[in-house]
Ligand binder design. Structure first.
Ligand code: UDP
Length: 218
């Protein structure tokens, strides 16, 4: 039975995720599976990217395969949500990608479709929703709770006892101060944390904060 695995998105994020997906596919494969990894992108002419076939989504669905899965390698969380819904409707399974050197410690619950890039860490007793992206060198510490479609850019540090609500985006190099048990620091739904921000207190839903200490950008 052929298992066709899509890296959905062939731009920057997708080309970084493909090598990790190859590793995860090898780790997940049964002996009887024939696996092919392809890029799927609706915005490029078909052809080949970094040694993998590039298909449109319609072509991906039309390919003969016993099983179809996809990892959504697109940083924009709204696009990820739309494509996740589309994939479910078409019987395309979520495919989790975890880099070989990602470090995931004890008693974590990570939702479907996550991408943990190289050198990322999730320590212990962390709960994470669906279609999480942890870009290179980002980390999430003990007792954090992250919602669906959260995105961590490279080198983000989320300290312990922090809540990050759904669709929040945390920019490169940002540092989030720890909360405490029963009194977490909360990054609200759809908040945006600017690059290099040092977040010392909770951020309201939908706000954009920048700087050190991070302040709301009007
Ligand atoms: N894309 C797609 N279908 C969609 C929306 C986006 O194939 O419905 C593709 C888009 O063509 C682009 C990629 O997703 O190639 C997103 O790349 P972008 O450079 O915007 O950001 P990245 O997530 O790679 O940083």
């Amino acid at each position: 039975m052929k298992h066709l695995i899509a890296v959905y998105g062939a731009s920057g994020c997708g080309r970084e995720v493909m090598p990790l997906a190859r590793h995860s596919a090898r780790a997940a494969s049964g002996h009887d599976d024939t696996i092919e990894l392809v890029f799927v992108d609706d915005g490029y002419a078909c052809g080949e990217v970094n040694g993998h076939r590039l298909l449109t989504y319609a072509q991906f669905l039309a390919e003969p395969a016993g099983r179809r899965s996809a990892t959504l390698a697109i940083a924009n969380s709204n696009v990820r949500e739309r494509l996740a819904t589309q994939c479910v409707a078409d019987g395309v399974e979520p495919f989790e990608v975890v880099a070989a050197n990602a470090c995931v410690l004890d008693s974590n619950a990570i939702g479907e479709g996550a991408i943990l890039c190289g050198f990322t860490t999730v320590t212990s007793n962390v709960r994470i929703g669906r279609y999480f992206h942890a870009n290179i060198y980002s980390s999430v510490a003990h007792d954090c709770v992250l919602g669906d479609f959260v995105t961590l850019a490279p080198s983000v540090k989320v300290n312990g006892n922090v809540v990050v609500e759904e669709h929040a985006y945390i920019g490169t190099g940002a540092i989030i101060k720890q909360g405490s048990p029963g009194n977490p620091l909360v990054i609200g739904k759809r908040a945006v944390i600017g690059m290099g921000a040092v977040v010392t207190k909770s951020v309201p839903a939908g706000a954009t904060v920048v700087g050190n200490p991070a302040r709301i950008r009007e």
